[in-house]
Each structure stands twice: as C-alpha cells, then as structure tokens.
Write a protein that binds this ligand. Structure first.
Ligand code: FES
Ligand code: FES
Length: 360
C-alpha cells in the first residue's frame, strides 16, 4: 500500500495528513481528523449525509476519492459553519423549526443549505425543495416541511431581514412545554455535528478495541439447521465468532405487549437468531476481530445451513388460509384495531372541491 502526504485547508486551517490515495475518500480523511460531523450513511453518494463544500462546490464526500483533490483545496465541513457557542442562522433555525429529529442527516442538510444560500440568498420554497432533491439530501424522519421552513427562516437572518433572536425559541411565560415547539434536547449537538452515532463512537474508542461484523442470511424466513464457523474463526485477526449460544440469560428481546389486543407473548424476538430467521435483516452471528476489514472478511466465511420457508411480504399473504405460522404457536397477526367511523361522509365528499380515491 503506497501512502501519500496531502495538505488540505479544512475550515480555514491548513492540515497535513497521510492517506492511501487509492482507497481513501474525502469523508474517510475528514472523519479520521476527528471531524465526525460529516456522517457516512450510504457510502454510495445517495443520501447527502456526508456533504461538504469543496472549493466552493457542494460535494458528497463519500464518493470523492482523495487522489482526485489537489493539495490545498479548501473544504468547509459542518464544524466550520458554526459551533455550539456561535451558531450559524441555519443551525439555529433547524433547532427552532423542527428540522432535527434523529439528526443523522442534519449536518448534511445544513451544509447543503449553506451552499444553496451562498449562491441564492433569497430562494423560494420550491427552490429549496428542488435543491435538496437534486443534491440527494435524504431525511427519513422530519418530512420536508420543517426542513424548508428552517432554510426560509435562516435565509431571512442572512439577508438582514430578521435577527437571530427572531428565530430562537422562546419558552412561554408559564413554562409550559406541551403544545409548544420546544426544541429537542439534543438538537444543539445534532446541528453542530457534535452528536456521536455508532461509527463516530467507534473512531473514538481506545486502541485495541475489537470490531464486530454481523452475519446476515439475507432471507426473509428460514429455519436454521446449522452454523459452521470453523473457517471463519481461523481467519486472520479473528478473536471470536459469537452465536446465540453465547448469549447469557434469555436470548429474547422483550417487546411492548401492553396493548390489550396484542396477540403474541412479546418474547418472540431473538437477540441473535437461534432457531429461525424471521425477516431479511436478522442476524445469526457476529465476528469479533482486530480490524473492521478482518471482521467483515471472516463474516463472509460463516456457513449457514438454512431451510428456506415461505416469505409473506403483505399482511394478506400472512393471514391467508394455509399460511405457516412465522412465530410458531402464535397467529401471523400482531394486533387488530377496530375502526370507528363517524358520520356518513358521502354528502361532504359530494360537496368537496377535489376528491381523491385510492387504497391506502
Ligand atoms: S454517505 Fe455520502 S451520500 Fe450517503
Ligand atoms: S432527522 Fe433523522 S434522518 Fe433526518
């Protein structure tokens, strides 16, 4: 592996680092510097979590190879836009107008909006939406409205038409929280990129911490007849292959069963699958190894003996006569909720300006 020294100007400071130019992406390098506000969600250029500004242009840093970047390129990350004690209007607006929920996408959205407002300080709502769409910013939590609201309100401050105080949440005098837009408690860390998620914590663990890779069969429904990890446990760097037999105590996750109509017993979800695979993402084993690459290579060598069972991809398939029980001894129905209907809506519908019909 040939390593190369490179210089980059990151958030106004020249930084030198040693990289593998063939393998490292811009996101890898930024994150290794400890700037973990740049998140990697998909790693394939699809979600915008890793957005940074490279020489004035918005890029998805997970797909920019470090070898393609000239020395002393200028990079702005979320940490260069504002800090917890000196927020940028976009960061304040995302807090106030509900642009943050889980927050994983938030730094990418704020960097993206920052780039938009640099070029277009007075966008329409449509232009904001379009910008996020074209730049592939994806958020699975908020819906689009709070994100667009946040950008529109921040833009007013940036144009000098409003002050930071105008876009900062003010608690009602009676101290009430219910019915207000009180910011989420962790919003500040999420808008500044200082909130640590799994991969961020991994980068901050002490030397010698082992890496885990999961073994997933990739089937929707199957019976586990055997797991052979003899080859995997002899792979370089592997410390242990963990299966359900290693789980101390009950290999079940107790799930919510408080609903009076719930039909299971709440003990049907395994931590690591032991007898059956119930859905596509189920995990049957984990490999602990010295490096992430070693763990992932060894995980590929775990051999599973599986009997594939029928997969029900819709409710109707799952409850059709003759369908096998997914959790044996329990119906393929989680719970049944009655539908209470109000007054006959046919007259109201007849008067409505627009009527949409469909199956939802
Ligand atoms: S992590 Fe880069 S686009 Fe998704
Ligand atoms: S806030 Fe969760 S993905 Fe956007």
């Amino acid at each position: 592996m040939e390593l190369k020294k490179i210089w980059l100007n990151i958030n106004g400071v020249d930084r030198v680092m040693v990289c593998n130019p063939e393998k490292d992406t811009l996101a890898d390098v930024i994150r290794r510097l400890g700037l973990t506000g740049t998140k990697v969600g998909c790693g394939t250029g699809q979600c915008g979590c890793c957005n940074v500004i490279l020489d004035g242009k918005l890029v998805r840093s997970c797909v920019v190879k470090i070898k393609s970047i000239p020395d002393f390129s200028k990079i702005i990350t979320i940490e260069g836009i504002g800090t917890p004690t000196n927020l940028h209007p976009l960061q304040q607006a995302f807090i106030t107008y509900g642009g943050v929920q889980c927050g994983f996408c938030t730094p990418g959205f704020i960097v993206s909006a920052y780039a938009l407002l640099q070029g277009n300080p007075n966008p329409t709502r449509e232009e904001v939406r379009n910008w996020f769409t074209v730049n592939r910013n994806a958020c699975r939590c908020t819906g689009w409205k709070p994100l667009v609201d946040s950008v529109m309100e921040a833009a007013k401050v940036m144009r000098g038409e409003a002050a930071m105080a105008d876009i900062t949440y003010k608690a009602p005098p009676d101290g009430r929280i219910y019915g207000t837009n009180v910011p989420r408690p962790a919003a500040l860390s999420k808008v500044t990129g200082t909130c640590d998620y799994g991969d961020d914590i991994a980068l901050k663990m002490p030397p010698g911490t082992l890496h885990l890779a999961v073994v997933m069969p990739g089937l929707n429904h199957a019976r586990i007849k055997g797991i052979d990890f003899s080859e995997a446990e002899n792979m370089p760097g592997v410390v242990k292959v963990i299966t359900a037999k290693d789980i101390k105590g009950t290999n079940r996750i107790f799930q919510l069963a408080g609903h009076p109509r719930f039909k299971g017993d709440a003990w049907d979800r395994p931590i690591l699958c032991d007898e059956k695979v119930f859905r596509y993402g189920d995990v049957v084993a984990m490999v602990a190894a010295t490096t992430r690459e070693q763990a992932r290579e060894a995980a590929k060598k775990v051999k599973l003996d599986l009997e594939e069972l029928p997969a029900y991809m819709t409710y109707l398939d799952a409850v059709a006569p003759g369908a096998v029980e997914i959790h044996e001894g329990k119906p393929n129905e989680y719970l049944r909720c009655p539908l209470f209907k109000g007054e006959d809506t046919r007259k109201t519908l007849a008067d409505a300006e627009h009527v949409v019909e469909g199956s939802f």
